[in-house]
Design a protein around this ligand. Sequence first.
Ligand SMILES: [Zn+2]
Length: 431
Amino acid sequence: MEGTMILRGGRVIDPVNGLDEVRDVVIVDGRVAAEAAPGAPVVDVAGLVVCPGFIDLHVHLREPGQTHKEDIASGTQAAAAGGFTTVVAMPNTNPPVDRPEILEQVLSAARERACVRVLQTGALSQGRAGKALSDARALAAAGAVALTDDGTCLQDAGLMLEAVRRAAEVGLPVIDHCEDDSVARHGAMNAGDFAQRLGVSGQPGLAEDLVVCRNILICRETGWPIHIQHISTAFSVAMVRAAQRHGLPVTAEASPHHLCLTEACCVLHGPNAKMNPPLRTEADRQAVVAGVADGTIGVIATDHAPHATEEKAAGMERAPAGIVGLEAAVALCLTELVHGGSMALPDVVARFTRGPREVLHLEAGTLTPGAAADVTLLDPSAQHVLHPTQFYSRSRNCPYEGRLCRGRVAGTIVDGAWVYSRLPGIAGRLR
Ligand SMILES: [Zn+2]
């Protein structure tokens, strides 16, 4: 009976099918089914929310080359514990994923050691150096799901235009980390009063806004979709909203930290609140929340970026940017967005399922009969405290220790098998 069960009596939310009702979810041989198999085990999930497996469009698994920070095994365990059944890995590894051989190597390692689905992006430019384009056709043939230079941004507008045209030829979405280097100047936090008071170099929101506007114009020129990664400023949200009203296929994601935290967090947490784009002002945060709430921003993605403790100890200017996010994202979003009153639960579920599914044209993200049985279960009101020391991730860099949350992941099922479970009597693969 592996991969066969009935999840009984939960509140089932499947935004792709417009479903929000108490009903059973039937799984037969690892797939969602319309009819139960005779004698299938019944799991009582009354009081829980049953969703399609969550998809994270933006994670750094650090393999190959930086496995002291994370690897495919630890990163996908963190994903499963965080409720994600599919993760999309960024190509800024060492070496970067800019050739089909490297991409195949990652996918092969994932087949051996991942406990959730791993999709891999390819680099837009060779070596992510922004000088010459990668071979989009070869990367597509090897299984890349999108092209991006994430971690850096392709600065040359003409080269970006050419990159988007080539991506269009091979049918790959382009996703972009928007940052104008000549304006950002590697600033370690948001430019403004907080940076001045702390004596830390700042990068203004203008660095992001310039490239978001450039990308909207390239999207208008090519007609090809561009997805804006980790949007962080009020102006960028307004520009994406305007572009969508003009019918342009521009999409965007927001990271939980930009929804929940502001630049003030740097005062207390220093390098563990350093990320790129940086935490912004309260007005920016509210605009990003409003963008996620009204659907301008269709995706919540973690930008899970593990770094070793000693690397983060280098101080604000020299520490690498980024925080771990996989195991806090859902709890933070339920707490801040749903219990905070800015969004209804089904809309938050949609940002983790239907939104990312649509950006990358994935089969995942729905409980339609016939779909692979990837399921995320939520305990929507459980009170708990975040303790990063207990994370499955190999790294601890984040400002969340001791943060009180309401709502958490209760279980994660991939292909009809429990990978992570907090349900009494149900053992997940992780514990
Ligand atoms: Zn990025």
